[in-house]
Design a protein around this ligand. Structure first.
Ligand SMILES: [Zn+2]
Length: 105
């Protein structure tokens, strides 16, 4: 005996890994920040210091501006700006440093 089905499939609750998304974005941003520190000619020691700080960040804390962190020992969260030409810029509200993260990464 056939059961009448409407073709409706109960949609499973979408489990969007919030943390997964954040971690990926975190990794992309981190790469950009470290590359920019290297471009500035920062010593490995400073980059390591920033790396240690970054790893200690909780999933919901803001992403620290590396320039303020290394130069002033201050933590200021980078702010996302609207996507621009395939890149998602983030800006430090304190020192105005701007970093470009490739969109969709
Ligand atoms: Zn800054």
């Amino acid at each position: 005996m056939l059961r009448a089905t409407s073709g409706f499939l109960p949609s499973r609750a979408t489990i969007l890994g919030n943390d997964g998304g954040t971690a990926m974005r975190n990794a992309a941003l981190y790469k950009v920040l470290v590359a920019s520190l290297r471009d500035e000619g920062r010593p490995d020691e400073e980059i390591r210091r920033f790396e240690q700080h970054w790893q200690a960040l909780g999933p919901h804390s803001g992403f620290t501006c590396p320039v303020c962190f290394l130069d002033k020992n201050e933590t200021h969260a980078l702010k996302s700006l609207p996507e621009d030409d395939g890149e998602e810029p983030v800006k430090c509200p304190n020192c105005q440093s701007l970093f470009y993260v490739p969109a969709g990464s």
